[in-house]
Write a protein that binds this ligand. Structure first.
Ligand SMILES: Nc1ncnc2c1ncn2[C@@H]1O[C@H](COP(=O)(O)OP(=O)(O)O)[C@@H](O)[C@H]1O
Ligand SMILES: [Mg+2]
Length: 171
């Protein structure tokens, strides 16, 4: 896979038949992620972004309630390697509002950002984009590396064999 955006949507997309598969993908990503990772979660309402984020935070040891950042825009969690941030920018007015969240000097270990396109200019650059979409009663997910750390991550993930659990979706 290359770091450029695909010219056709969802090349080599993985098929996620049910919610449990979205959870399993989150665990695979958590198990192979670099020490610091910025992840943009793309997809329409209902595509599975929050499901993926929740399972990812659980995989990193977050216990108890995982709140939706729908209204707060950001929720913060302590994880073993520092802090994880879960953002949902669906309701943000403009990217300038991000300044009020006080994330500028954050060196969080993990950023999981829903609706990143609405925070353009106010977010750190992505290492990985996860592009989710509804496909029948399931979902498809494309993993698009966006930095050299992201490229290495994807290579590690493929080597781990964990992606073999998911059939490739037919275009
Ligand atoms: N692979 C999947 N197959 C079927 N349903 C899924 C899958 N992944 C997630 N869902 C379901 O889709 C619904 C919406 O998910 P959610 O994560 O809230 O979407 P988003 O945050 O993108 O709006 C939830 O009911 C969730 O259980
Ligand atoms: Mg959501």
């Amino acid at each position: 896979m290359s770091a450029t955006m695909p010219d056709r949507p969802f090349p080599n997309a993985l098929f996620l038949r049910e919610s449990d598969d979205t959870d399993a993908l989150a665990r695979a990503l958590a198990a192979t992620q670099p020490g610091r990772a910025v992840v943009y979660l793309h997809g329409d309402l209902g595509a599975g972004k929050s499901t993926l984020a929740r399972a990812w935070l659980r995989a990193l040891g977050v216990e108890g309630g995982i709140r939706s950042p729908t209204y707060t825009l950001v929720e913060r969690y302590d994880i073993a390697r520092g802090e994880a941030l879960h953002l949902d920018l669906y309701r943000i007015g403009d990217a300038g509002e991000l300044e009020f969240l006080g994330l500028d000097d954050s060196d969080a270990a993990l950023w999981l950002v829903e609706w990143p396109e609405r925070g353009r200019g106010g977010l750190p650059a992505a290492d990985l984009r996860v592009e989710l979409a509804v496909r029948g009663t399931g979902r498809i997910a494309a993993l698009v590396p966006a930095s050299s750390a992201g490229e290495a991550w994807l290579a590690r993930l493929e080597d781990s064999g964990r992606l073999r659990a998911f059939p490739e979706s037919t275009p």
